[in-house]
Design a protein around this ligand. Structure first.
Ligand code: IPE
Ligand code: IPE
Ligand code: MG
Length: 260
């Protein structure tokens, strides 16, 4: 049975909505500098882009949205900027709770939460608890996160399972690693977006993006709106995902979308 078109966005193919979208939100500092302001001014305006993206994802039926908000390497920024970012995080999740509830969004995080200030940890716990039964879209914030950090933590867990006899070395496979990562509960991203024109991964979801489609845009994060997200999803819908196969082996649904 054909899936109904999405009324607000008739140009989208409802059968090829990415299940999981991950975004590297970049360009806040440059955006602020362009207007003669401090970097934190850009971060504050980035919150509007976050709200827009979360709403859009929920509207079109994206099940998982992962936002790279603070990397392991971002701890090397000036303390003043780090403190301001942490405060912004607490304020934003507190203020956005009614919106998360209204849009039926569940909040989760990946990353080394124990490194965050206590007040951030408490706010995250509260908001996760309050939204745990929401079912439309899962919003996953990557905080004090990096792909290499997560892989190292996973290797430690698996090694200790080997040591205690819980698993044999020969039985280690892709699932073993998948299950040991912070992202164990989520599918791999179908689409990865990076704003601000930088074309690099910056230690994000290294294992999980093995077969993600990547969309780069020059738009700076505080300017990112639903129209830009739509453009990224339309770009994604034109791609043929082959996963190593030949074009002739690909499902007709995807081929149909491809020639549209
Ligand atoms: C992204 O914007 C936000 C974070 C990394 C926290 P930046 O702060 O990296 O902005 P640019 O790249 O310096 O413009
Ligand atoms: C990546 O942006 C991290 C986040 C978006 C949180 P950065 O601005 O830190 O990346 P680099 O340092 O330019 O690669
Ligand atoms: Mg940056």
């Amino acid at each position: 049975m054909a899936i109904e078109p999405i009324s607000e966005y008739p140009q989208l193919n409802p059968e090829r909505i990415p299940e999981h979208v991950a975004i590297i939100m970049d360009g806040n500092g440059r955006w602020a500098k362009q207007q003669g302001h401090m970097r934190i001014f850009g971060h504050k305006h980035g919150v509007n882009a976050v709200r827009n993206s979360v709403e859009f994802a929920a509207e079109i039926g994206v099940r998982y949205l992962t936002l790279y908000a603070f990397s392991t390497e971002n701890w090397n920024r000036p303390p003043l900027e780090i403190n301001a970012l942490m405060q912004l995080l607490v304020d934003t999740i507190e203020k956005e709770l009614p919106n998360l509830m209204k849009n039926n969004i569940r909040l989760k995080t990946i990353g080394n939460r124990s490194q965050l200030p206590k007040r951030c940890q408490r706010q995250l716990e509260e908001t996760e608890k309050a939204t745990e039964n929401n079912t439309r879209t899962t919003l996953i914030l990557a905080l004090s996160y990096s792909g290499r950090w997560d892989i190292i933590e996973a290797v430690k867990k698996i090694s200790s399972d080997v040591q205690t006899g819980g698993i044999k070395v020969d039985d280690i496979n892709e699932d073993t690693l998948n299950n040991a990562l912070n992202t164990a509960a989520y599918p791999n991203p179908d689409l990865l977006i990076r704003t601000s024109g930088e074309m690099r991964i910056s230690n994000f979801l290294l294992w999980e993006i093995a077969y993600s489609e990547i969309h780069f845009t020059r738009v700076l994060w505080p300017d990112f709106r639903k129209e830009h997200f739509l453009e990224a999803v339309l770009d994604y819908q034109k791609r043929e995902r082959r996963f190593g196969k030949t074009s002739d082996q690909i499902e007709p649904v995807q081929k149909g979308a491809n020639t549209a």
